[in-house]
Design a binder for this molecule. Structure first.
Ligand SMILES: [Zn+2]
Length: 88
């Protein structure tokens, strides 16, 4: 984890007391960027809200929906998949 990313995580930890409070206070600046997979929101946040299913044996993430929402600003985007990082 780079220094900038650590600073962002530290900022988010200070800003939110509980994960249940980690949601946008307003969707006024939220965008709809669905279509191209991404890992970073234009607001700089790297934490996303997704719906996931866990493998009951290993506890690993078994499945996740591709629609996700930025935890800071509410922008909608498309989650990356392993095949997205492969070069063609
Ligand atoms: Zn955002």
């Amino acid at each position: 984890m780079g220094t900038l990313q650590r600073e962002r995580v530290a900022l988010m930890v200070r800003r939110y007391k509980s994960i249940y409070d980690m949601k946008p206070s307003s969707y006024e600046n939220a965008m709809d960027l669905r279509g191209n997979p991404t890992t970073v929101c234009p607001c700089g946040c790297v934490v996303w809200v997704l719906k996931v299913q866990f493998d009951s044996d290993s506890g690993d993430i078994a499945m996740y929906f591709l629609d996700m929402e930025c935890a800071m600003c509410g922008t909608r985007a498309t989650a990356p998949t392993p095949i997205d990082s492969m070069e063609v």
